[in-house]
Write a protein that binds this ligand. Structure first.
Ligand code: NAG
Ligand code: NAG
Ligand code: NAG
Length: 798
């Protein structure tokens, strides 16, 4: 008993002091609040408002004023939104100084800038205004004079004051918009030069200057207006008949993250805030800005939703720069048209249609009295043209990147063409048409080329629909992948004990789970430690997409785990290791077995490129990424991971990886990355399987891509000394024509010119003997410039 008594007393003392702090209207000198101490805050006499710390992310706090009696966290003011306070930070009304926020080490994060003198007390008023006063009650500082994004009833703004919108709904940092009462007495809504807040772009408010304003008033009736020098009302921000009634408990006006100034009311007895009025009416049709991106970020467009809110959308072929931030702009998620190779590349592009979307200030050409088809073609033909816009009046505009001031403006009838890269090229389309036809891959005759291109194009248009339908019907939710918790995987791998290998993205562990029937099944758990931070939603979407990919030559993804920093993929376990270990093992694997393996890989890749729901470019085909199952069937692993990286990161990652031996030259040449990069890597892999030799002895040379083994293969082919290449492999030499056929396929696959390089479909058909393999492009000039090649190549079916 004597032990408990002191505890009891001290708890009582703490409680009583908290109660004290909350009922005492005046905050006395030396009072302080510590971040992380939940019970402490200073409340207004009516308890409607409170002042203290709000945790906005783990371990980081906002010193703020908030509505104290409602369940929704609604912050009306904050001191440090661009410099959050760590746990243990303290705000103190320091004697002889000011109201000061400092971090646990005593570093000052913020202070109330007093007009003069030293403070005597502070008080949080029932209006939500925090004041610091002198002994004689003269106010030295008040939060109403330093608004953040919100105005409360009875608050006024003087000339030069501004509200700055928060960054997003969840993030209170300064964002892209400001509402200014300018020093010359006008009201304006600006976009800031995000993320550098030091300059303003244009005013987007459609507001006629009414004359010199003296003060902006937000009064108890919920009216927000500009008052002139003589006291007359010059203009109202919200409509004048919006007067709030008796049964409204609270109200506020806030410049929100989307640039809209909204008047919110909280009716008595209701469960939350509702919008009563907002300005401007449609921010998407805001005034145009000469510089800057406009209301939405670059390359995106603003669409006013049925929820009366603006939404920033990316056009087809573009993705959000920051997947968590709608207003941050979009990037083109394919390589732009290369003007140097424009005519060659033309057929790799197509136009997607949007209705009424426009980027009015991104024009660089304007045509009149033209047709919609003409407008379409003229953009498609022009490597500079990113977007074409056709208006019913016969006007046609070409637009260039970056696109700004994007908007869906229903007031004019426009058809908008967005240029996107399609991954299939025309030769492939032709090939698809029929195996028996004569296929001309590259012809020196311009006329033939044009005829073929046109034919291929029509064919492609005709067949698009059909292909689409069959692809969809193939994947109607047949497979589902499992979501694992970290705990489950920790248990399955016995605490990540048995390491199977080091993958590109992190370590792979062996584990065991029970399958549906309850019997134990082995799994491989890939920890994605080295994966750059991506949006969780995007991660889940991509992983689910990968989970939809099923083929007997792919390692099946059975599930994933996504808990905060823990991102893991769970695959079926492959008992026979990697192809890399297999081909280099002794004795040499049987020739027939090796042939079967390359067929397996080719089928898996073909499926990824053409047959699955959406095309997957692997980007990292090499023997280490090919696994062998119980029956020594080859299965491709790590497919789809390039997508988790995104195109830019994938590029950096692939080039930086140093596995140059497998990497197609276009990675180093800033050329478009297409499925042909996998064909290149497949060629190298095929050669390794033929020779049972790794590429390791190959030295990288400067122009990247060409390695000793391929050059040697080319040499052996040219000199007709294939027995050297396979190092006296009797099995291989027993069928020289077959060996020669394979080497020719290798040479085609590793062709530097992507246009000459076949698709996986062609490779597969060559492997299966459905088509005769043509002689490779002049092997003697193999590693020299492709520009010296003059002869045309013909692909003849068997
Ligand atoms: C707050 O302090 C001031 C100055 O000491 C004093 O005039 C005022 O009466 C105090 N108010 C309350 C409610 O204690
Ligand atoms: C909020 O956004 C800013 C600006 O992009 C960023 O620096 C900050 O880390 C974000 N804060 C949180 C809590 O996400
Ligand atoms: C708010 O301002 C309007 C316009 O001046 C006025 O009619 C109204 O009475 C004011 N409301 C209050 C509560 O002062």
């Amino acid at each position: 008993m004597p032990i408990f008594l002191p505890c009891f007393i001290s708890v009582f003392l703490i409680l009583s002091s908290v109660v004290n702090a909350q009922t005492n209207k005046n905050i006395t000198l030396g009072s302080s609040i510590t971040a992380g101490d939940i019970s402490s805050s200073w409340v207004s006499p009516s308890k409607d408002f409170a002042f203290g710390f709000q945790q906005v992310e783990p371990g980081n706090f906002l010193l703020a004023i908030w509505f104290n009696k409602i369940p929704q966290k609604t912050i009306s003011w904050s001191a440090n939104r661009d410099k959050l306070a760590p746990s243990g930070s303290k705000v103190e009304l320091a004697s002889g100084r000011s109201l000061i926020l400092s971090d646990p080490r005593g570093q000052e994060l913020w202070r109330a800038k007093l007009s003069s003198g030293s403070p005597a007390y502070a008080a949080l008023l029932d209006t939500g205004n925090l004041v610091v006063s002198k002994q004689d009650s003269v106010v030295l500082w008040q939060s109403f004079d330093e608004p953040t994004d919100t105005l409360l009833p009875s608050q006024t703004l003087g000339q030069g004051a501004q509200l700055i919108a928060p960054y997003s709904e969840q993030n209170y940092s300064s964002g892209r918009f400001s509402f200014d009462f300018t020093t010359d007495g006008n009201l304006a809504l600006y976009t800031t030069n995000f993320p550098l807040f030091d300059s303003l772009n244009s005013d987007y408010l459609d507001y006629e200057s009414q004359g010199l304003g003296f003060q902006v008033v937000y009064n108890q009736s919920g009216l927000l207006y500009l008052v002139g020098n003589n006291g007359s009302i010059l203009t109202h921000m919200f409509s004048e008949d919006q007067v709030v009634s008796e049964d409204v408990l609270y109200q506020r006006a806030i410049l929100e993250h989307d640039g809209v100034l909204r008047h919110y009311v909280y009716p008595k007895g209701s469960a939350g805030w509702s919008v009563k009025s907002f300005a401007p009416n449609n921010i998407c049709t805001a005034k145009l800005q000469d510089t800057g991106s406009g209301v939405c970020g670059f390359n995106s467009y603003c669409q006013f939703g049925s929820d009366s809110k603006p939404h920033c959308l990316c056009p087809p072929g573009y993705s959000l720069l920051d997947p968590n931030y709608e207003m941050g702009g979009c990037y083109q998620n394919f390589p732009s048209q290369n003007c140097e190779a424009a005519s060659k590349e033309k057929n790799e592009f197509d136009l997607r249609v949007l209705i009424n979307v426009d980027w009015p200030l991104s024009d660089y050409e304007h045509y009149q009295n033209v047709t919609i088809d003409w407008c379409r073609e003229v953009c498609l033909d022009d490597c500079f043209c990113a977007v074409g816009v056709f208006e019913e009046t016969g006007d046609c505009w070409k637009k260039k990147l970056p696109l700004s001031n994007g908007r869906n403006d229903g007031s004019v009838d426009r058809t908008t063409f967005i240029k996107v890269r399609i991954n299939d090229d025309i030769s492939e389309k032709n090939y698809r048409k029929s195996n028996k036809d004569l296929i001309v891959l590259l012809s020196t005759s311009g006329l033939t080329n044009i005829v073929l291109l046109v034919a291929g194009f029509c064919f492609c248009l005709l067949h698009k629909k059909h292909i689409h339908v069959t692809r969809e019907s193939k994947t109607t939710g047949k497979y589902s992948i499992h979501t694992f918790s970290y705990k489950e995987l920790d248990a399955a791998t016995a605490g990540f004990k048995e390491e199977l290998g080091q993958g590109a993205f992190g370590v792979v562990y062996k584990g065991v789970i029970d399958d549906i029937s309850g019997s134990p099944t082995s799994i491989a758990v890939k920890k994605l430690d080295k994966l750059p931070i991506t949006a969780d939603k995007e991660f889940t979407t991509e992983v689910k997409a990968i989970g939809q990919t099923h083929h007997k030559n792919l390692v099946r993804l059975v599930g994933f785990c996504e808990e905060g920093i823990h991102k893991m993929l769970v695959y079926e376990f492959m008992s026979n290791g990697t192809l890399s270990d297999y081909i280099c093992g002794l004795p040499k694997p049987a020739w027939e077995k090796r042939l079967q393996i390359v067929h397996d890989i080719a089928r898996g890749l073909f499926y990824l490129h053409e047959d699955c729901n959406s095309q997957i470019i692997h980007c990292d085909i090499k023997p280490q990424n090919i696994l062998l199952d119980d029956d020594h069937n080859a299965r491709i692993s790590d497919f789809g991971l390039a997508k988790l990286l995104g195109p830019n990161q994938s590029h950096t990652y692939t080039v930086a990886r140093g596995t140059r031996g497998y990497v197609a030259p276009e990675w180093f040449r800033h050329m478009p990355i297409t499925a042909k990069v996998d064909v290149y890597s497949f060629g190298i892999l095929l050669l390794e399987v033929i020779c049972c030799q790794r590429n390791v002895q190959a030295e990288d040379n400067e122009d990247g891509g060409f390695v000793l083994l391929t050059e040697w293969a080319s040499e052996c082919y040219k000199m007709n000394t294939l027995d050297d290449l396979v190092n006296g492999d009797t099995e291989a030499l027993a069928n020289i024509p077959k060996l020669e056929q394979l080497v020719k396929i290798v040479l085609w696959c590793t062709e530097a010119d992507t246009n000459l390089r076949p698709t996986m479909r062609m490779v597969l058909q060559m492997l299966e003997g459905l088509v005769k393999v043509p002689d490779p492009p002049n092997p003697s000039s193999y590693s020299s410039s492709m520009a010296t090649r003059t002869h045309s190549e013909q692909w003849v079916s068997a």
